[in-house]
Write a protein that binds this ligand. Structure first.
Ligand code: URA
Length: 426
């Protein structure tokens, strides 16, 4: 038997926690026997003093054991999932899940809602008329068998320890600890029961991890945890200094995803969708299908329509459009050499695409559309970005967050593009 102060003091003084201390504290916190202020002190001690690989593995196992584990072994096809650590304009799940389903692999994707400047996949899909995020386990299984792809809200039974701890970390400055991020993400993904997992670990101004070394460390810890639990896991480290595609905002990103499913869409979104699809298919043992053919050939779009309709959404309904627009124009002729992901993400959030507190509603039509990407030529007076919101009072703060968020260099300035996929771990 342990007590909370003993565990906090051990970590505060730099000791490694024993297996039984970890099992006890995670379980007692989930049950309410360890108080929030005690867990927040422990989270801060973990952030400052770290955890070794045994501790992270045990912490993750304790969080998995706090709830139920799903089991997809009765499905007729293999399963693969993707998790992104969160970025701006990151709509990749929307084209990716139906694309992988069209290639014969089932995608059980339990997603979240956005908090802060990064968007949430469920918020995006909820901009489709009628679509619902909450499915029963039986509905999820049936849809995985019939359509092959499900994107829905994680039920309360999956890693409940993480649900409590993540909300606490969010308000105590303890989100950024690698052991806590890795165990948070991987406990949910392992409990979800996917056979293969591809992690998209974002690096750059718009990501949790601002530099490549920390992103690589996080990826290595997560790949190790997945592999130890029998989930075939790889990670791609991908750039998030520039936002993905051409839009950030809920309905705006659905529209862009539909373009990708129709065989068009921005080149970077297509590139990342295909790179992740290839990893998911390889992890599931499917190596004889080219996902690029499915994007052009219409079967990924068919899977998208079936996936939306199965969750009561109308894939043909017009998407919501914000009531007000504000256009930002280029001040001079030149080349756009930088568009900062954090600045764009903050602007979209302030326009109403995201929420400040859990449970708040979001605006479906709000967000930012950029008409040029780094490397593109721009002309004085021509639109650089369009801001969308239902409430024009929001424009001022959104414009303030874009100040200093992009650079236009004189025409002819050389521009060196950053690769989108920076590294692969696994
Ligand atoms: N996403 C999660 O689910 N958990 C974290 O700790 C960070 C990002």
């Amino acid at each position: 038997m342990h007590d909370a102060v003993e565990v906090i003091v051990a970590k505060r003084d730099g000791a490694a926690l024993s297996d039984s201390q970890i099992d006890w504290v995670v379980d007692a916190y989930t049950r309410g026997d360890v108080a929030h202020e005690q867990m927040s002190a422990l989270a801060m001690a973990i952030l400052l003093n770290g955890m070794d690989s045994r501790e992270v593995a045990r912490w993750t196992a304790a969080m998995i054991a706090s709830g139920v584990r799903m089991d997809f072994s009765s499905l007729s096809r293999p399963t693969a999932d993707k998790h992104s650590t969160g970025g701006v304009g990151d709509k990749i799940t929307l084209p990716l899940a139906p694309l992988v389903a069209a290639c014969g692999v089932a995608v059980p994707q339990l997603s979240g809602r956005g908090l802060g400047h990064t968007g949430g996949t469920l918020d995006k899909l909820e901009s489709i008329a009628g679509w619902r995020a909450d499915l029963t386990d039986a509905e999820m299984m049936a849809q995985l068998e019939s359509v092959g792809a499900v994107v829905c809200a994680a039920g309360g039974g999956l890693a409940p320890a993480d649900k409590k701890l993540y909300a606490l970390r969010d308000v105590t400055g303890t989100v950024e600890a690698i052991p806590l991020i890795a165990s948070s993400i991987m406990s949910k993904k392992i409990a979800e029961g996917t056979g293969a997992l591809v992690l998209d670990v974002k690096v750059g101004t718009g990501a949790f991890m601002k530099d490549l070394d920390r992103a690589r460390e996080l990826a290595e810890v997560m790949v190790g945890l997945g592999t130890d639990h029998g989930v075939r896991t790889v990670a791609l480290l991908t750039d998030m200094s520039t936002p993905l595609g051409r839009t950030a905002g809920n309905a705006l990103e659905v529209a862009e995803s539909v373009e990708v499913l129709a065989g068009g869409g921005p080149a970077d979104v297509v590139e990342l969708t295909l790179a992740l699809a290839r990893e998911m298919l390889a992890g599931a043992g499917v190596t004889d299908v080219d996902p690029a053919e499915k994007l052009g050939g219409g079967s990924a779009m068919d899977a998208w329509r079936a996936m939306v309709a199965a969750q009561d959404g109308d894939p043909d309904a017009p998407l919501p459009v914000a009531r007000e627009q504000h256009v930002v124009t280029a001040e001079a002729d030149g080349v756009l050499t930088r568009l900062d992901a954090m600045a764009v993400g903050l602007a979209a959030w302030r326009l109403g695409a995201g929420r400040e507190r859990q449970g708040e509603p979001v605006q479906a039509g709000a967000g930012v559309e950029w008409h040029a990407r780094p490397g593109d030529t721009v002309r004085a007076g021509e639109p650089l970005m369009t801001l969308h919101t239902d409430e024009p009072a929001r424009f001022e703060r959104a414009l303030a967050s874009l100040e200093g968020g992009y650079d236009v260099a004189p025409a002819g300035t050389a521009y060196e593009p950053t690769p989108l996929v920076l590294d692969r771990i696994g």
